[in-house]
Design a protein around this ligand. Sequence first.
Ligand SMILES: [Mg+2]
Length: 302
Amino acid sequence: MTAHTTDSDRLARAVSSLQGLAVGDALGSQFFVPANYTALQIGELPPGPWRWTDDTEMACSVLAILARHGRIDQDALAMSFAEHHDFDRGYGPAVNRMLRQIRQEGADWRELAAALFNGQGSWGNGAAMRIAPLGAWYAGDPVQATHQAEISAYPTHQHREAVVGAMAVAATAAIAADPETCPEDPADLLASVLELVPRSAVHAGIRRARDMLDYGDVGTVAAVLGCGRRTTAHDTVPFALWSAARHLGDYERAFWTTARAGGDIDTTCAIVGGILASCPGGGPPASWTERTESLPDWAVPA
Ligand SMILES: [Mg+2]
C-alpha cells in the first residue's frame, strides 16, 4: 500500500469512485428509455436529470458502512441496504422481497440470502455492481479489497459466482486506484486480478477477457464474454473488466464502448464507471456529473 494513506484519502477516493459509478449507472439506464435510444446510439446525451438505480443505491450503503466502521460490517451493511431500499430503483424481484422482509418484519438476512434460489443463493450481479468504491477505499491493497468484497457480498448474494464477481471488481479497482502499482499493460492488470480470485466461471471469463484485449469489436467480445443479458455475475463481470482494463484514463470512451454492447447496461456501466473513477483524475466529464441525480446526503459523510 502507498505510504501515509489517511482516512480522508480513502474516503475521497471512494467518493470519486461512487460518483463515477453513479454516472455510469444513471446514463446507462437512459438506454432503456425508448425515446432516447436513437440519440444514444450515435453518442448524443439525453437531457438530465439522469436518475440512478439500485446499483448506486447499494453502493451508497457500501461507502457509508466503510466510512462508519472502517471495514465491512455485514449486519450494518444488510441493515443499510434494507433501510435505504427504494422499490422504484430497479432491484431484482428476489432482492426486493428480501430487503422488504428485513425492513418490515425484522427478518434475518443470513437465513433469507442463503435460502434464495432453492438454497443456492443468488448468482446475480448485484454484489459486483456496488463494490468498485470499496476497491478505491483499499487503493494499493487489493488483497484486503478482495477479502472485504467477499464479506460484503453475503448479505444479499451467497452463490460462489456472485461472491467471486464482487471480489474481482474490487481487486481491479484497488489496483487501478494506485498509480504507483497499477500496471500499464491492461493484460498485466487482469493477470493480477486473476491471481486474487478463486477458480470459478468468473475466473474463466476473466481469463478469456484477458485473451481478447486486442479485439476492437465490442460486439464480438460481448458475444463471447456476455454483457449481463442473463444478469449473472459470470456473464457481467468479465466483460466489464475487459472494458475497464482497456480504457483506464478515458471515462467517456469506456462508457460508450460498454453501453453499445447492450445487455444489463446500467450495471456494466456502473462497474466500469466505478473502476475508472477510482483512478486519480479518471472520473466522468463534469457536464455528465451535473446531469446525474445527486448522491444522497446519508451516503457521503461530511
Ligand atoms: Mg440497476
